[in-house]
Design a protein around this ligand. Sequence first.
Ligand code: NAP
Ligand code: MG
Length: 484
Amino acid sequence: MSTVERRLNLVGGEWVGSGSDEWISVLDPADLRRTVAEVPAMDADEVAETYRAASTGQQAWGALSAIARGRVLLRAAAMLRERKTELAALITAEMGKTLIEAQIEVDKSADFFEYYGALSRLEVGEVLPHERTEVTAWTRHEPLGVVLAVTPWNDPLLTPARKLAPALAAGNAVVLKPASYTPLIGIELARVLADAGVSSGAVNTITGSGGKIGQALLDDPNVHAVSFTGSNEVGAEIEQALLGTGVRLLAELGGKNAAIVLGDADLELASTTIAAAAFAQAGQRCTATSRVIVQRSVYQDVIERLSQLARDHRIGAGAGQGTTLGPLVSSSQRASVEAFIARASDEGATLRAGGRRPGGAELQHGCFLEPTVLADVRESMEIWTEEVFGPVVAVLAVDDEAEALSALNASRYGLAASIFTRNLQAAMRFVRAADAGQVAVNLPTSGWDVHFPFGGFKESGRGHKEQGLEGLDFYRQTKMVVVA
Ligand code: NAP
Ligand code: MG
């Protein structure tokens, strides 16, 4: 008999296990000997059953007034805040980030439900003029039906919240398929929403390996939209699978975010801001700064500062006292990051800080890696072009502003970019030139509030922005009405 706790999925208002009795172990990345809990490995039939439950559930949820739905979301926001300590501990246990980072994640997730809950009192369409004065013309927003949300492991509560809050506000039912490394907090979010009063079947969860149940998830007549955040590879597979089906797709994909430091910048501000954006959550953020472009006059100074800030981190379990940097999510994620660092060194980059596994007996069973600064990087190197998704920055020297902007945009990605300078004209030239969805001046590439439209250009995303008012549009369709 297993003594490991099992967490079930919410399907049509019921908590259900696995028909085949197959379970997925969720490990603690700070100590892989510890299983946090197990979740069901659902099969294709169970996926189809979940969609039927969601389709039924959508009818009652969609029939409520927007204001009534908004009240439920506001209640969910309050419950997330009440349970913050416990929910943050669960995020840390399965994902590895520090408790402080996890608490910020819970707060921001609550913000999403608060924001979209409050928007339920916004106008519900537009009245438009008509040539004939006796005709009234207006638009009304209607839900799409059932939305599949597929989410990655790096922000395992925030990313589901970013999708579920607008999808539910618009009157859709949702099926959440969380990442298999971190399914527990997504299931808890479903519990919070159920406790807050969403109708049965309006929120459902599916756990199981994306590779195994992907086809069943995408190829179902009850799915009307897919909201995906994750890798470009899986995003492309999903896009292929949905081609010609008429199912809406929103995809938030990878990034290779750059920060430019011009010679006139406040170097203290630039270095501390960039180091925080690069190493927080052990670099496992889609908006993490991973490329730093520095004007040659201050290059060595910036490298020294970033390296010192990297060395200052206290690496440890996310729940440990005083930890500032937790582990990577899994041993394979760490192996992948280590291989990137090794290949960068082979290509001629200089390791200026980190790059190794930390010592100390208490860290030997976790997926820890020192924050890493690589200098003498060239634009042709893999470390400059490919997403690493770990605590690693590559630093490039350039002669001037024009060269900096050209290096910034020479990337297939375009999620977030920032510049550090005291020159207003240079800052404004950067704002216009940067080919990225989110741009910042003297601020980090990461950290965008829930009411700010969010999403990347180029290969960093497609379909639609998330967050803010724009974020609502993906989850609803507009009906044009004329009445004489
Ligand atoms: P991933 O491998 O693409 O997985 C994302 C989700 O897709 C997981 O739930 C995964 O399930 C599921 N999945 C895998 N194969 C599937 C298939 N064939 N059909 C349907 N679903 C499938 O990404 P990840 O490794 O979890 O996350 C890291 C990536 O996410 C990075 O590339 C990062 O840049 C990106 N990201 C982007 C943003 C953004 O806003 N732009 C934000 C955060 C992260 P399993 O876990 O079961 O495999
Ligand atoms: Mg993956």
